[in-house]
Design a protein around this ligand. Sequence first.
Ligand SMILES: [Zn+2]
Length: 336
Amino acid sequence: MSLASKLVRKAGDLGLYQFARLLTANTPRILMYHRFAAEAEPGYVSRERFREQVAYIKKYYHPMTLQDLSTCLFDTGKVPRYAIVITVDDGYRDFHDVAWPVLKELDVPATLFVTTGFVDGRLWLWPDQISWLFAQLEGPNTAFKYRDFELAEGEVGRNPGKTWQRVIDRLLSVPDAEKHEFIAALASTWQTPVPATPPPAYAPCSWDQLVDMQNQGIEIGGHTVTHPTLGQVSREQAVAEVAGCKAMLADNLPQNPRTFCYPNGMPSDFSTELMKVVEETGFDCAVAAFADNAAMKHRYALRRHSGAQDWFQFHKAVSGVEYLGQVFRGNAAEHR
Ligand SMILES: [Zn+2]
């Protein structure tokens, strides 16, 4: 029997996901989560679904923190088969309230990337301010115009998800000052002042909660001070964001942060120069927010797969089906 037919037979015997898992046993996977909720709702992973996913990971994989994976990859050179890392971005309180009890119960480690200014109560994340403004509307929105961007009267009510995405897409590519100007203009047009600190639905973990979780095995990594898209700020600002975040985590937590996550995390958000900044700040490694065939190749831009409420996406990411597809298609987001 040819190798190809042996492989096909094996694939049939095992099922696609288990076969992909076997083929990619030596390529670690890093999963990326954001928000959790007690019950299923769009944009969140529910407690029950997360529990199923963590139990699945525990059964078939070797879960570890990013710091431990980094040691295996870059120091000892000995990476366990089926290595996987659960990462969660931003530092929302729902990680503490929903995900953490599940991880604790099943004794599975994870890495939480924290935006320190958010935890410190100095800001809330701008996409959340847009969501909150949308949620405050009691009837059709009045028309809004900011530079070249227009929202028609009643547009939010007609298609909330799509309109929200259109606003986010418009703001992602502009500097933070312009984002804030846009939000202030929208809030003023709709006569709905945005509170200085986030309402409970968008609240961060407290420092005490982070200390408690770190003491019990959750790795806390850096995610800047104010969550800017680093590709859009000066080198000086980028250094202040990365180093300021590291210093604040070190001051407030028992253990020093060792790993870093780029806000937004797309190829334009971490140049070679930015990767150097992160390295020189003393972080051991850093993660991007997309996956391609480079996987674990770049220490300061390790690829991540989206964890999700959806079982299909979860299995595709975890099993290696997504990664294998990228390898076969020669899919590289960028040469770095
Ligand atoms: Zn983030």
